[in-house]
Design a protein around this ligand. Sequence first.
Ligand code: ZN
Length: 135
Amino acid sequence: MHEWALAEAVISTILNVAKEKGAKKIIKAEIKIGTLQQIEVDVLTFAFRELVKNTPLEKTEIKLKPEEVYFKCRVCGVRWNFSNATSALGREKSEAIHFIPDLVHAFIRCPRCGSPDFEVVGGRGIWVEYIKISK
Ligand SMILES: [Zn+2]
């Protein structure tokens, strides 16, 4: 059920920003969702639809966009993304990673030097990317 908590947090962020900017209307908001995050987009979409009722966001176009995961090797510095990494794995393993993000270090290796010592530089969390308002 953490989708509801996330949707609530995102909505209050948008409302705060809109208030700060003196917005009369919030036309559009774009939300980025890290693909490594364990989020059910359907549930999140539903949560938004329910939670914006009777708020200034009721008529706002809310777009949810996935944010690709990037990895950066701590040894050789090469960057690569989740699709590159998982195309080398079987389907079952990629799904396991989607469900349990901590597994990335168990399955994924640097494509250049083979090191398991890398960091995740994108695709985590959920945030408000863009808000369009009218004054
Ligand atoms: Zn490397």
